[in-house]
Design a binder for this molecule. Structure first.
Ligand SMILES: [Zn+2]
Length: 460
């Protein structure tokens, strides 16, 4: 009970002026995308690029019926804006649709494979990084680099169903690939359809968009926390292993091609941040495997009115039904498949955590607020929400996040705990005073996480 302070879940005050000021900003550089003859990403011999119009032709005799495609609205809107601005042909989209055939047939611990990016050949070197207890389940996650490309980062999660959830970052590019068919049609289709695009081609909000329903002034809880002295004997630079129990509802289960592979993709990116030298946390996951429980979550009205309260209620850690302790899980993460509609002051919240506490909720789908095509279930926004809300469990705060401007013209950046969403310039990293990271002595969430991580790991 000692960590079960009353959860402070009031959203930051949001002014109507801020909401009204959110307008489109076209991406600055479309130059590298001019060569529309080459696919954005391909694995030679294993990739088929599908014409978007053909993919949309459902039930026509000559077309494969891929079912309804959940290409995020921000991707469609950005493609249309680019065509309307005449920086590219009116028939070419900023994204590709593609299928991948048996990408990594032998799932060795290390894999080297040839790829192309905008027609240029590269070699990708990957190391397996499964952070779950699923064993040999046909899903594998990898982290790696592009051979010879400094600062390149690759995250791939592949499945036996020909699904790929992935991201390749190099220079100022961040190319993302993920399935866009739902679960039902994924099962019916031999070669699953994916969307592929560069995040720098997406529209940017002109102002940061508030999304987190946690009100977390530092003074409110850092001084309140009673650190468990028995676990703080481990050093701040020793590794802490934290066990997540990731749950979802039937809505997200049905929406995604493979919700566990999707969550594994998030987990790979979260671990990339949490495993930094100045944090040293490994996040391990188990997944809810009961569809009947997912249906229960979807049928509960709180999945819309207060998803955070719902998950706290369903997976408690206190007497008499201390589910999380019995299951030896430190944190319960709810990936919400519904557009939540919470009562004021939380009407704009798309994520929430117990601070301090052991539960998080992150909305995985578009929000009905009209200003909000930016936070709408694309990979960037989902992972931002996922990492951000878990960060709160480690006592990281909005107040300790860092903000800066760079580039020509200057673009605003904010670290992952800011509680605001900025689109492509959004960062997933935590603020830190360690050189080469983003922050200073008074904006150092890495320090906070480092100090509290062993308490989180000792929850169960
Ligand atoms: Zn927050």
């Amino acid at each position: 009970m000692k960590h079960m302070q009353k959860n402070k879940i009031r959203i930051l005050s949001i002014t109507a002026i801020l909401l009204l000021s959110v307008v489109f900003i076209l991406p600055v550089s479309a130059d590298s995308m001019e060569n529309t003859d080459s696919p954005i990403f391909s694995v030679p011999g294993k990739t088929i690029i599908i014409d978007p119009q053909a993919a949309a032709m459902r039930n026509a005799d000559s077309a494969i019926d891929y079912g309804p495609l959940h290409i995020p609205e921000i991707v469609i809107a950005s493609s249309n804006a680019m065509k309307n601005s005449q920086t590219r042909s009116t028939t070419s989209e900023i994204y590709d649709l593609a299928t991948f055939n048996n990408l990594i047939p032998v799932r060795s611990d290390t894999v080297s494979m040839p790829i192309t990016l905008y027609g240029q050949a590269y070699t990708m070197n990957l190391v397996k990084t499964n952070y779950d207890d699923l064993g040999n389940d046909g899903r594998d996650s990898y982290r790696g680099t592009l051979s010879g490309i400094l600062d390149s980062v690759v995250h791939f999660t592949v499945t036996d169903q020909n699904l790929l959830y992935g991201n390749i970052r190099f220079g100022n590019e961040s190319i993302v690939i993920y399935p866009v068919q739902n679960r039902e049609y994924t099962a019916r289709t031999a070669m699953q359809l994916h969307v592929v695009y560069s995040e720098k081609d997406l529209l940017q909000p002109s102002e940061p968009i508030p999304f987190c329903g946690v009100d977390d002034t530092i003074s409110a809880h850092l001084t309140d926390i009673e650190l468990d002295k028995s676990v703080t004997r481990a050093g701040e630079y020793d590794w802490a292993y934290v066990d997540l129990f990731i749950v979802t509802d039937k809505d997200f289960y049905d929406l995604e091609a493979d919700w566990i592979a999707c969550a594994s993709d998030f987990l790979g990116e979260a671990n990339y941040q949490f495993q930094r030298d100045d944090i040293k946390v490994v996040l391990r996951a188990s997944y809810l495997d009961s569809v009947s429980t997912m249906i229960e979550l979807s049928n509960d009205p709180r999945s819309v009115t207060h998803p955070f309260a719902l998950v706290v209620d369903k997976y408690p850690y206190d007497y008499p039904n201390d589910y999380l302790n019995v299951a030896h899980k430190d944190i319960c993460v709810y990936l919400g498949g519904k557009d939540a509609n919470m009562a004021p002051p939380n009407q704009y919240a798309q994520g929430m955590s117990g601070v301090p506490g052991r539960h998080t909720w992150s909305q995985m789908v578009a929000d009905s607020n009209s200003f909000d095509i930016y936070y709408n279930g694309d990979r960037k926004s989902r992972i931002y929400n996922f990492i951000h809300e878990i960060g709160h469990i480690f006592l990281a705060t909005h107040e300790l996040s860092h903000e800066w401007w760079d580039g020509i013209p200057p673009f605003r950046h904010m670290t992952v705990m800011s509680g605001m969403y900025l689109g492509d310039t959004t960062q997933w990293d935590f603020s830190s005073s360690v050189p080469a990271y983003n922050g200073d002595a008074t904006h150092d969430n890495a320090l906070v996480i480092r100090g509290y991580k062993h308490n989180v790991a000792a929850h169960a």
